[in-house]
Structure formats: C-alpha cells, structure tokens
Ligand binder design. Sequence first.
Ligand code: 3PG
Length: 409
Amino acid sequence: MFNNEIMTIDDLDFDEKTVLIRVDINSPCDKKTKKIISDNRIEESSKTIIELSNISGKVIIIAHQGRKGYYDFINLSQHAKIMEKFVKKKIYFVDDIIGQKAVNAIKEMKNKEILLLDNVRFLEEETLNLSSINHSKSDLVKTLSPLIDIYVNDAFSSSHRSHASLVGFQPVVTSCIGRTMENELIALDKLTKNRNDKEIFIFGGIKVEDCLNEMKSLLSRKRIDKALVCGIFAQIFLLAKGYDIGEPSFKFLEEKKLLKFLSDIKYLLEKYEDKIDIPVDVAENINGKRNEISLDQLPSTHEIFDIGSETIKKFTKTIMNSRTICVKGPIGVYEIEEFRKGTKEILKAVSASSAFSFLGGGDMLHIIKEIDMKREDFSYVCLAGGALIAYLSGACLPVIHTMKQFKSL
Ligand code: 3PG
C-alpha cells in the first residue's frame, strides 16, 4: 500500500487473473517517418508488464499515443515491437480497442499471453474531461470491464488527465497502481520533502495549454518564485507584451490555434509581472542557420526556433540563485543542432547549480542523451511532464484521487 492510501500490486492476488494495465508509452516520433525516436517510457512500463505477466494469467495493455490533429497521433503497432524487445515475450497487437476484433482477441487469449490494444485516443470518448463515475459508463469501460478481473494503472505521466482509460475502471473493477507509478510516487514523495524557497519553474516544449494551466496553478498557490518562459510558450508571451514576432511565427501560432491563450497570458503578465521572465532575445531560423536578434530587431521574417544568448545569460543568473528548479520540456527546437544551444546551456546551468533539480517531460531522457548529459546530472528526471508540474504545484491529480477514492473495492 502506498502511504496507506493507494493499493499497489503487493495488495492483490493476481494468480490466474486477467489483468488490464493502463500504461503511458506516449513516445516522441520523427515528424517525417513517424518512427519512435525514444523508447524510455516503453522500457519503464515493460518492468510492470513483465512482473504482471509472471504472476497473473493474461495481461491486456491499453495506452495512448499523441493527440488528435498532431503528427504523432499514430497506432501502437511500433510500440508492440519495441515492447517485445524489453519484455522478451511475444506482445500480440490488435488494431482495435472495443470492437469485435478486440473482444475476440481478448477471448482467444491463452494463459500467460500479453495483448496490446490500439491507441485509446482513437475513441472520441477517451479524452472527455469527465468524472470517474461518468467515465465508468463509457463504451470503453462497459466493453472491457466484464472481460477482466483487475485494473492496474501504471500511467503516472498521465495522472493529471481525467480520461476514460485512466479513471473510468476504478469505480467498477478492483484496481491498484503499477510499479512505474509507485516508484515515481515514492521518489517524488521523498524528494519533495527537501523542497524549499527560491523555487523556479522553466517552461519549454510545445504543450502551451498545459504550461499555461500549470503556471496559473503555481502562481495562484504561491508555489513559485520565478517562471522562466521558453519554447513556443515564450512566443505568445512576447505577443502579449506587444512585440510583433513576425509573420512566420505568428502564422504557426495561428495554425496551431494557440492565439486563443493570448488574453489569459496578458492577464498573468499584469497580475504576476515580477514573477515571470520572458526572453530578451531570440534565435531565428534562416534556412537552417541560427541568427540571433534582440527584441528591438523584431519582427522577424523567419520562424523563431530558440532563445538567444542574452536570454541564456539572464536565465542562468536566476538559475544560479535558486534552490529548487523544475524544468518542463526543451527550451527550443533541440532536434536541430543549430537550435540546441538554449536547451543545452540552460540544462548545463541547472546541473551546475547547487539547486535541487527536477526535470520532466516525455522527451527529457532522450534530450539529455542528445546533449551528452546524464540522468545523474540532475536530482530527478521524471518520465512525466505535465503530471510532474501538477504534482509539484500541489494540485489534485485525478488518477491519484480516483485510486484513493475506490481503494476498498
Ligand atoms: C505526456 O506525455 O505528458 C502524457 O503522455 C500525457 O499526454 P498528453 O499531454 O497528450 O495528455
């Protein structure tokens, strides 16, 4: 039992049981080939899968990949192949979730077999933001729950989502958390006891809505001394401050429907101006070459791909004066060597500082490797991004809440 509140694998008898496990194997993919470029989450989840397949009868796996409308919204056939490498057992894959094909595949499973169903986000109902009771009436839960004995949630990195596959089974099926979730919770519980003041959060990556929600929650709970804004998020802050970022970057924000966050960001800037630092210069992408410009030189005729050297210097000073640092996502387009500088320099500064450092985001382990750093260079590298920040902000994580609520089932 974790903290006397959440059932773990150790609390249940799995012998001969059919287990449904929800993992988070959402992985970064190459934009063009759609090939998975980092298998860290699959490797981590495989540990729970191996354990469950050893102690129970049949193991059915559900998971999501990407988001509707994004290039990484793909099926899970590649994941099955990669998982096989780590689990060292055949992983059957069926390109269905709740249709007859999936139901038949489950019914035909033999003892000790492992079956991966397809991307649960292919179901419209999955991502509806509903309560666990309402999600327990979803087609997903109604179809799969009669076919299973135990539901295991091992998706800590998605625990900030109230989605059907994450919170819908607990009200109707005996449930517990898996080892990945348990290990993250144990580590974070222990590490957060060492937290103190002078806490800064560095927001990067492309998940603007998440960054915004998390920043709002941190600022309103007074859990933050400084927010350093990077990535795509920074471009909306520049706009909100009245800078003309230039047509190519503006168009990108427009295409990705990110301009709707402008008014919220303006409000945050007015209310918490002294707590938020935005870039003082940027690096534009001129046909693959890095060109740094100050904010006075805006608008840029090219897309902005990174923060500039002056911003790196300014942010490094703040980093060096902090005692706890949380970094979510990359600082710029780290995938391209020319625009890796922001990510590399900021992470180097975080590691060189004496602060307690938390790194989060699905790509983080991959990024660290890419910039020749190691997991050990930081206090903790979490496989979760949004869930990590939500946890550190003290917000209620729907999955954790649901696990506690239905613990005695
Ligand atoms: C993540 O990568 O943070 C989790 O897999 C959740 O994905 P999401 O942000 O698309 O819900």
